[in-house]
Design a binder for this molecule. Structure first.
Ligand code: COI
Length: 357
């Protein structure tokens, strides 16, 4: 069964324009020629799947998504393998996480196989946009309510859409160590909230603290738990890992944080490299004293967009401390190389993470 009708963009970007646009794009600012759309309503489930020219989508101003925030999204990357093929990274994990996000926000989500087919169709239509070299094609599936009403109930119609953006590094300046600001005023999520869902509201709620971080010359904000304002949770858009001198690797436990696909991959890779990986609470106070005593030797953040990036300095209300020399540590560098080796088809794939097209 053909689930998606395909209407190629009648005015595709020329290869010359595409080359110029993908040379050094600022993250998330350039988009490919096509998008996927698929609609849901109770009477006929997911229907009207299309691959079509990227274009604005008209919405009635009374659409519930504008008012009550029923919106969820995903992010994953496609890499160009050494023989030119397109390699998606763990797309089924994104499909499953989107199902969980949808359940949390009382929304509908396409079944896993339909989600995967949507990604594959878009990548086939826009294969020429997968950057060579260090870049990748970032896929952004999202779902929004698509019903006109004002009132407190789950919408009865949804739009699933996938767009694609050729990207380079998330942080300007490439793979440098970043500085972070620990917010002790704002928290990202509380027990029973939406912290584990990938919904726009979580990111919107983090922005005021991100503004504070930028005002202090930092790249990102680190959130503490909502109950005690003590335990490190995650950054505005990525998970966090702490590396101890004895080789132990600590990352905050799941619950109120985003269950990152890169986070999960890093835990597997660090274990495979012989490290004891533990998911447990770790406080700001411990972080500072371990960094100052030398017990902590590295801290890095990870996410699909960010990949794996070291933290150099930590700024907080009472001052600032450095993570070792402030440069990228050896485990951070190794995990990044290992992850990218698998993603780009340069290394064996013992966990079956690559999804070639
Ligand atoms: C991702 O890593 O895919 C995200 O959605 C995070 C965002 C900061 C771009």
């Amino acid at each position: 069964m053909d689930r998606f009708s395909i209407s190629p963009n009648p005015v595709p970007t020329s290869p010359e324009q595409r080359a110029a646009l993908t040379l050094d794009p600022r993250f998330g600012t350039v988009f490919t020629d096509h998008m996927v759309t698929l609609r849901w309503r109770a009477e006929d489930g997911w229907h009207d799947g299309r691959v079509e020219a990227l274009a604005a989508i008209p919405f009635h101003p009374g659409n519930a998504a504008f008012h009550y925030g029923q919106q969820i999204f995903e992010g994953l990357k496609v890499f160009r393998g050494s023989d030119g093929d397109a390699l998606l990274f763990r797309p089924r994990e994104n499909a499953r996480r989107m199902q969980r996000s949808a359940a949390r926000l009382a929304m509908q989500c396409p079944p896993e196989d339909v989600f995967i087919e949507a990604l594959e169709q878009l990548v086939l239509a826009d294969a020429g946009w997968i950057p060579e070299g260090d870049g990748s094609l970032y896929l952004r599936p999202f779902i929004v309510a698509d019903e006109v009403f004002l009132g407190m109930r789950a919408a009865a119609r949804y739009l699933f859409c996938v767009i694609a953006s050729p990207v380079g590094p998330y942080f300007s300046g490439g793979n440098r160590a970043i500085d972070v600001w620990v917010s002790e005023t704002f928290s990202r999520a509380a027990r029973g909230g939406t912290g584990a869902a990938k919904c726009g509201g979580n990111y919107a709620a983090s922005l005021v603290a991100q503004v504070e971080a930028v005002e202090r010359g930092c790249d990102q904000v680190v959130f503490l738990d909502a109950a005690e304002s003590r335990w490190i949770e995650e950054l505005g858009g990525m998970n966090i890992f702490f590396v101890m001198r004895d080789g132990e690797v600590i990352t905050p436990p799941l619950g109120t944080i985003l269950p990152g696909v890169t986070r999960d991959s890093v835990m597997t890779l660090a274990s495979a490299a012989g490290h004891r990986v533990v998911q447990r609470r770790y406080s700001l106070e411990q972080w500072r004293s371990d960094a100052e005593s030398g017990r902590l030797v590295e801290t890095f953040v990870c996410g699909t967009a960010a990949t794996i990036v070291p933290i150099g300095h930590v700024h907080h209300g009472a001052g600032r401390f450095a993570i070792a020399t402030g440069a990228c540590g050896p485990l951070t560098a190794k995990l990044r190389t290992d992850l990218q080796g698998i993603q780009r088809g340069r290394a064996a794939d013992p966990h079956g993470w690559r999804h070639p097209l």
